[in-house]
Design a protein around this ligand. Structure first.
Ligand code: 2HG
Ligand code: ZN
Length: 462
């Protein structure tokens, strides 16, 4: 590969070709896929990114964008000798606009850094998830990241007011200029959000902030039957604006307790647990919440529960849910992240439960998710004595059953983790042939040489 001219343009300090960097920057958190990059580059400006794209076009080299590398679908893995473009050094918060309540920033800013910055300004950046300490804003936008507060605040898309991108032709686009109203044709900003770096790379963004939440309070419930989960959801949803509604199983709880050393939070154990978060902003809200708690207990939908009395207690309850990914990581889980519309969740959960029991009798399954958004995470743990290849083959067989179900329910094979490499073979279960053809045509417009994260979401060639 002709790296010399790129080194000359960027400066040698912005390129690495050592093995350790290949391992670090060549992949994301996705298991069972190995990294094979040719070089890692570290742009520090939009012009650097333009130069990298122009060099890649000229030399027919594919590029893979890389942020905090917390992705779980392989969208940021370089498997075919690509050059990885890490945004780690473009990590500055550039400007706060107090009147508009917006922050202009570079893509490499860590999610938690933005959240803390917003807090200092007396505001809130409400997109939040367990990987907040590593994930970067550029990656969040490129994957339209979701997380635990979507039920209240929506996805990352809702918070992006403008974008600067470098397309696969090396052109710089400034999209939307933080206008709230802008009915002047196609909103290309939204095309780039969630495009997983396949159309262009994000080099700057402006996000808007919200007013902070008032006294967030967390409930944890022990739920004996799967059907109770959505009954509790419905009771809350009808009466109180929720910040979060999450579910996880006893198996998930077991892994977290073992991993963290936390004590069991409830005296009663149950096969399912639910976390409800709401704003304790008035006596009235709390009275309503307590009444729902009591009547759910009377109905037998839950058998035990606790309420956070302080920010620390709220944090401890959240750990039971948020630490599941880390606690199960040594078992190299095979992950599915699926969704159906909310009204279909009860029926869907019952069917998934059946599939998992019959199709994975020998494997341990851990499921949990943002069930108030209709989003379920299914993790299958690899038995220690099984090879990765054998394990994946087994999981793919079950995928066929699961994804046919998803198709029948009109759901998605990827709710919030993106398509990347791992869900590429299953995209047709969620998107029609015509829709995929249009997506490919759009890619060809912005990236005519197919150098921008090629082979992710779909293969250009078929
Ligand atoms: C979460 O909700 C993340 O915690 C990760 O989306 C889910 O590990 C997973 O499957
Ligand atoms: Zn999630």
């Amino acid at each position: 590969m002709e790296l010399q001219s790129l080194t000359q343009t960027l400066g040698s300090e912005k390129i690495r070709t050592d093995k350790e960097s290949f391992q670090n920057y060549g992949k994301d958190w996705t298991k069972h896929i190995s990294a094979n990059p040719s070089a890692i580059v570290f742009p520090t400006s939009t012009q650097d990114v333009v130069n990298i794209v122009q060099w890649a076009r000229k030399n027919k080299v594919a590029l893979v964008p890389s942020g905090g590398r917390t992705g779980l679908s392989g969208a940021a893995i370089a498997t075919h000798g690509e050059v990885v473009v890490s945004f780690e050094k473009m990590n500055k918060i550039l400007e706060f606009n107090e009147f508009d309540q917006t922050v202009r920033l570079e893509p490499g800013v860590i999610t938690e850094t933005l959240q803390n910055y917003a807090k200092e300004k007396g505001l809130l950046f409400p997109v939040d998830f367990a990987s907040r300490g590593s994930s970067q804003i550029g990656g969040n936008i490129a994957t339209n990241a979701g997380g635990i507060n979507v039920i209240r605040y929506g996805l990352t898309r809702n918070w992006v007011s403008s974008l600067e991108v470098v397309t696969g032709e090396g052109k710089v686009l400034h999209l939307n200029n933080s206008l709230i109203k802008n009915a002047s044709g196609y909103d290309l900003r939204h095309l780039f959000i969630g495009s997983e770096g396949t159309l262009g790379f994000i080099t700057q963004a402006e996000v808007h902030l919200s007013r902070p939440t008032q006294n967030p309070t967390v409930f944890l419930f022990a739920v004996p039957e799967l059907s109770g989960v959505m009954k509790i959801y419905h009771s809350f949803k009808k009466q109180i604006p929720l910040l979060a509604f999450e579910m996880f199983t006893d198996v998930a709880m077991g892994y977290v307790l073992k991993h963290t050393g936390l004590k069991p939070p409830l005296s009663e154990e149950a096969p399912y647990y639910v976390i409800v978060e709401l704003e304790n902003d008035s006596e009235n809200t709390m009275e309503t919440a307590m009444a729902i708690f009591e009547s759910s207990m009377e109905q037998g939908w839950l058998t035990d529960g606790t309420i956070s009395q302080s920010a620390q207690q709220a944090k401890d309850i959240w750990r039971l849910r948020e630490d599941i990914t880390e606690a199960t990581s040594p078992w190299e889980p095979y992950k599915n992240d699926v969704s159906v519309r909310i009204s279909k969740v009860p029926e869907f959960l019952t069917e998934v439960d059946q599939v998992l029991k019959t199709e994975y009798p020998a494997f341990e399954t851990v499921w949990f998710g943002h069930i108030g958004d209709g989003n379920l995470h299914i993790n299958i743990l690899k038995p220690q004595n099984m090879t990765s290849a054998e394990f994946i083959e087994n999981c793919h067989k079950v995928d066929e059953i699961l994804f046919e179900k998803i198709e029948r329910f009109g759901g998605s094979v990827s709710a919030e983790h993106g398509v990347g490499l791992t869900k590429k073979p299953y995209l047709h279960h969620t998107r029609s042939h015509e829709e995929i053809a249009y997506m490919k045509a759009i890619k060809a417009v912005f990236d005519p040489d197919f150098i921008m994260n090629p082979g992710k979401i779909f293969d250009e060639s078929n």
